[in-house]
Design a protein around this ligand. Sequence first.
Ligand code: HEC
Ligand code: HEC
Length: 299
Amino acid sequence: MNDFVNQFWNWYVILFVLVSIIACGVLLWMQSVPTGGKGDTTGHVWDETLEEYNNPLPKWWMWLFYITVIFGLVYCAFYPALGSFQGMLGWSSSGQLTKELAKADEQTKPLYDKYMKMDLRTLAADKEGNETGKRLYLTYCMQCHGADARGSKGFPNLADHDWQWGGEPEAIVQTISAGRVGMMPPHAQIGAETIKDLANYVRSLSGLPADSLRVAKGQEAFNSVGCSGCHGPDAKGMQALGAPNLTDKIWLYGSAESSIIETITKGRTNQMPAWKDFLGEEKVHVLAAYVLSLSTGSK
Ligand code: HEC
Ligand code: HEC
């Protein structure tokens, strides 16, 4: 119920509502009283001879309006309509949404029970399951990963075969349930020249044009400054840390030398939110199967 900070607004609303309803009634009553004698006209003439009688509105018509006024007053007495007055029935909309959601969950429960009994790969190949998954995806995931799940800068593509955190069923469930925080530390301290060497080396790994002298120096630095500790000595990444494979043509932040330099200099921190508490295990299961289906092509 409304909690007004002071009584002024409470009474303001009550008066406003009551005066409006009563004013409607008074206006009606004024319209129903004849203002002239029987057979008088308003003085308007159309088409030379057509005149308008000055008669009140028909009785049955007026009564319909009176009934709406009475209904309004009765409604205000029973339901919350007057300031912070609860209404004589004590009805309230609070908790209604929770009740309705609980009811909806009750109805879909048998379906989710069935999905929970299917392992993720089987569910990923199930047409009906994927339709449910897609609906959930479009409600909860699309804002960040895109309607087609192909992602955008900083938001990974979920429809490819490249996985930052792992594409095994358990890894996907873990990602969605508990969320992930990807942390690439800033490396400004190693100096702009070394960073440029590294950027050239990283570009060369996926076959992009690079300065060969810098590539050689960058390769050395990759191990000596500790990049290999997270991205692996072969730069193929490490899913346990969310460190991306740097040898493929898939980029989270872009392949331009300037983007790579920015990544190395300033670092990157990125977060996938956790969903288990909000969506529950069943929905996470269905979503994980849907994500799996996107890359296995069994849509
Ligand atoms: C607020 C934005 C946001 C929303 C909403 C979001 N994600 Fe993510 N998601 C991310 C980010 C950012 C990452 C990458 C995290 C990182 O870089 O470590 C990510 C990563 C992932 C990954 C890991 C990809 C890989 O290559 O390992 C999966 C799977 C995923 N999200 C699925 C989902 C699903 C399913 C939903 C809907 C329930 C969802 N996401 C909703 C931002 C979001
Ligand atoms: C502590 C572990 C760690 C170290 C050390 C580290 N990285 Fe990273 N790096 C990551 C993680 C995690 C990400 C992904 C960040 C995200 O999720 O947004 C990343 C992202 C990147 C990217 C972006 C890839 C893309 O697809 O856009 C590049 C490039 C990169 N690192 C290069 C390097 C280089 C070069 C070094 C050495 C100077 C280095 N990293 C050191 C963990 C690390």
